[in-house]
Every structure is written in C-alpha cells, then in structure tokens.
Design a binder for this molecule. Structure first.
Ligand SMILES: Nc1nc2c(ncn2[C@@H]2O[C@H](COP(=O)(O)OP(=O)(O)OP(=O)(O)O)[C@@H](O)[C@H]2O)c(=O)[nH]1
Ligand SMILES: [Mg+2]
Length: 302
C-alpha cells in the first residue's frame, strides 16, 4: 500500500508543482482575508478546476470556515483537501467482466494516449488472468497499426487490423467477430485520434460504435475516453463532445505524470458525471493504475 501511494506521489510530483503545490506557500499562518480568497480562486482556476467548480469549492470552503470558526489561512489546507476529495467518486468495480467477450472501445483526440493505454490495459487484463485481443481500428496511419502490433507482439496478443485506409468500422467488426470465435474474455479496440470539433470524424466514430453493436449484441460494453491530462480545461470540452457522440462510460486520465494540473478531474465529475477509471502515470505498460481519489488528492496537493 505504501508503495502504491509513493508511486502516485512520484508520478504526480510534476503535476503537483504545476499548480496545487503552491498552496502551502499561499496559505500561511496569517489570518483569512478577502485576499486569501482571491489568491485561492486564482490558484484553483490555474489548476484547471474551471470556473464553475472553482466557485462551488470556494463556497463550500467559506461555509466550512463559518461553521467551524476557522481564522487562519493554514486551516484551509485540510478543509480544501476534504472538499476536493468529496468531489471524486471512487471508480466502480469492473462489472463488465460478466460478459464474454467484453468489448471495450478506446476513444479520444489525437495523441491523447489511446494506443499506449490499450497496451497498458492489455497488460493489466493479462495479469488478471484474462485472455484478450486487440482491434486496430485506426486505419488512417499505417504507423498506427504497427504501433499496436509492436505491443501485441510484446504481450503475445493477437491484433486484428485492416488494410491502410480501410473502413475502421469493418476492422472493429472483424475484431469483435474474432474475439467471439477465439472465445477471449476481452476485445480492446483502439480507434484513430479525432478532433472532437470535426463533424465527419465524430460521425465516423458513431458508425464504429454502431457496427460493433451489430457484431455482438450489447457491445461495446464500455467506451473509455482517454484524455491527455495536460490539455487542461480543453479536456472538458473533449469529454462533452465525445459523450454526446457515443455512450462514454468512463474516463482514463493519461499523462498525469507530465505537468498536468489535474483540476479537470473534478470538473469532469461535477459537470459530466463521468467516472475516472484509470490514471496514466508514465509511458510503460505497467504505468496505468486504477484511479484512486485519495492518492490523487494527496498527490496533487503535494
Ligand atoms: N508521460 C506519459 N506519456 C504518455 C502516457 N500515455 C501516453 N503517453 C505518450 O503520449 C504519446 C502519444 O501516445 P499514443 O498512445 O500514441 O496516443 P494516441 O492517442 O494513440 O495517438 P493517435 O493514435 O495519434 O491519436 C506517446 O509518446 C506516449 O508514450 C502517460 O500516461 N504518461
Ligand atoms: Mg493511437
């Protein structure tokens, strides 16, 4: 357990320095003044909490100050910690394992970390004793299939792919059918990065989603949105657009180890109600860990 927390601490050290880490300096042993609130507001916004969530957090803190008769700025630290923690739900257990194969669709904008996350998830599932198969439904770039194939070779997992520029829906369909035929536990489908603002690309994603459902009733059983945690508040816009296009069931926050500010995690939960399932804390397959709200809040507050 101690190792688990230290892993989060190390992983989040840059993220912490990028925003919340300045908290201790800000909240000294002085009295709480209007300046304290202004500084705190600025810090929370810089930390990517977004306006709405920032205001809600500040209001909750002010209420706590009144209720508990707090006078020192330093008292606010622990209250803030509790308040932030209360805004993150613990990820639900992976109930989808009840179906076989469970089909998971990974979606997100370009370069957010989908393919790396597919490999990381693959490794986790293998370690849990599951059999898996990858679907390489990114047919835009030849290199994309190669990238997943390299992971497939390394993890000894079959990769179903199509010809370059072939229909991504067709590849996703084949991957699900292959998963059924081989009797694997989980089919992990990697999709091409797409800008959430591009209409035709989002329509294409909807098609992939529908086609997967045609291949196997009830599929995809999960749609996980991979967000690059360093993209800040834009991650929230992305999440909103992907949620509108397909039934996103959860979020994976990748790159939390690289100077992300982390605050969007709170906004994603508050404004979109999407659970954060996993956190990416590095580039290696073992650098994916179930999202732990306590470790996360501890880690970002430094
Ligand atoms: N530090 C760090 N780097 C990561 C993490 N996840 C992914 N990366 C890196 O981010 C870059 C992009 O990752 P990919 O997995 O290729 O992203 P993608 O979403 O598949 O990209 P496209 O297919 O082009 O849309 C790579 O250099 C990864 O090594 C993470 O959790 N931490
Ligand atoms: Mg990719």
């Amino acid at each position: 357990m101690a190792e688990f927390f230290s892993r989060w601490k190390t992983g989040l050290s840059r993220t912490s320095k990028a925003a919340f880490g300045r908290l201790a300096g800000l909240l000294g042993a002085t009295e709480i003044t209007s300046e304290t609130w202004d500084d705190l507001e600025a810090l929370l916004i810089q930390a990517d909490l977004g306006l709405e969530t920032t205001q809600a957090v500040l209001e909750a803190l002010k209420a706590a100050v009144k209720r508990d008769g707090l006078t020192r700025a330093s008292d606010l630290q622990s209250v803030l910690k509790l308040e932030l923690r209360s805004r993150l739900a613990s990820p639900p257990p992976a109930a989808f394992f009840a179906v076989k194969p469970a089909v998971i669709l990974l979606v997100g904008v370009n370069g957010s970390g989908k393919t790396t996350t597919a490999a990381k998830l693959g490794q986790r599932f293998l370690q849990a004793g599951k059999t898996i198969l990858f679907g390489a439904a990114d047919t835009f770039r030849a290199a994309a299939v190669d990238q997943l194939q390299v992971w497939g070779d390394r993890l000894k997992v079959e990769v179903i792919s199509g010809a370059p520029e072939s229909d991504p829906g067709a590849v996703a369909y084949s991957a699900v059918m292959a998963g059924v035929a081989r009797g694997v536990d989980i089919v992990l489908i990697d999709t091409a990065g797409r800008l959430h603002t591009r209409f035709n690309l989002m329509e294409e994603l909807k098609k992939v989603y529908r086609v997967v459902g045609k291949a196997l009733e009830g599929a995809p059983h999960a749609v996980w949105l991979v967000l690059d945690a360093t993209t800040g508040q834009n991650a929230l816009q992305q999440a909103r657009a992907f949620k509108e296009a397909v039934q996103v069931s959860g979020v994976i926050l990748a790159k939390l180890d690289s100077s992300a500010r982390g605050g969007m995690a709170f906004a994603i939960q508050r404004e979109l109600g999407l659970p954060i399932l996993f956190a990416g804390l590095g580039e290696k397959p073992e650098d994916l860990t179930p999202f732990d709200p306590d470790a996360f809040v501890d880690g970002i507050l430094g």
